[in-house]
Design a protein around this ligand. Structure first.
Ligand code: IMP
Ligand code: MG
Length: 169
């Protein structure tokens, strides 16, 4: 769906905007495992203001295809967010349930600022309002993989964004 060069070019542009927006500050990247690790690394490498990073892992209660919006923290952050300029880095905003819940949890921890960067956005699927401050691509309502995104834990390592073609469709 999106070739590697296009993804990297877009990340470069987003990183430039972030570098400008956070002039004189330290960006504290909060990467949501595991899907956003590739995006986080590529983004972090291209940000020119000081960067610190932390990781968390959440699991959303629900069935295979639909998240419930109730999020369990599987691995929490190592460092408190209080006073930090936090930029949450996510792979994709789908229904928005996971991020809506997660952003509220993080906001309660008292960061100086809290923003969201998403590699992909599927606006057609949105159930709960979530606005990313930085989005690389909007994608149609199709199941995408690669660049960190998985299907049953596979395909995360694809260097581009691909679509799973289902035979039943
Ligand atoms: P939400 O709570 O529905 O927004 O769920 C978002 C999460 O669902 C993402 O962080 C992904 O882990 C997963 N997800 C949603 N759509 C896709 C997709 O097309 N491919 C891979 N994972 C997806
Ligand atoms: Mg995810």
């Amino acid at each position: 769906m999106i070739p590697e060069e296009e993804v990297e070019e877009k990340i470069r542009r987003i990183a430039a905007r972030i570098s400008e927006d956070y002039q004189g500050k330290v960006v504290h990247l909060v990467s949501v495992l595991k899907g956003s690790v590739f995006f986080t690394c590529e983004l972090a490498k291209r940000i020119t203001v000081p960067v610190t990073m932390d990781f968390m892992s959440v699991s959303s209660y629900g069935d295979q295809t639909e998240s419930s919006g109730v999020v369990r923290i599987v691995k929490d952050l190592d460092v408190p967010l209080e006073g930090k300029d936090v930029l949450v880095v996510e792979d994709i905003i789908d229904t928005g349930r996971t991020l809506h819940y997660l952003m509220n949890i993080l906001r309660d921890r008292g960061p100086a600022s809290l923003r969201l960067a998403a590699l992909l956005d599927k606006p057609d699927r949105r159930v709960v309002t979530v606005e990313a401050d930085y989005t690389c691509f909007q994608v149609p309502d199709e199941f995408v993989v690669g660049y960190g995104l998985d299907c049953a834990q596979q395909y995360r390592n694809l260097p581009y964004i691909g679509v799973i073609e289902s035979e039943s469709k």
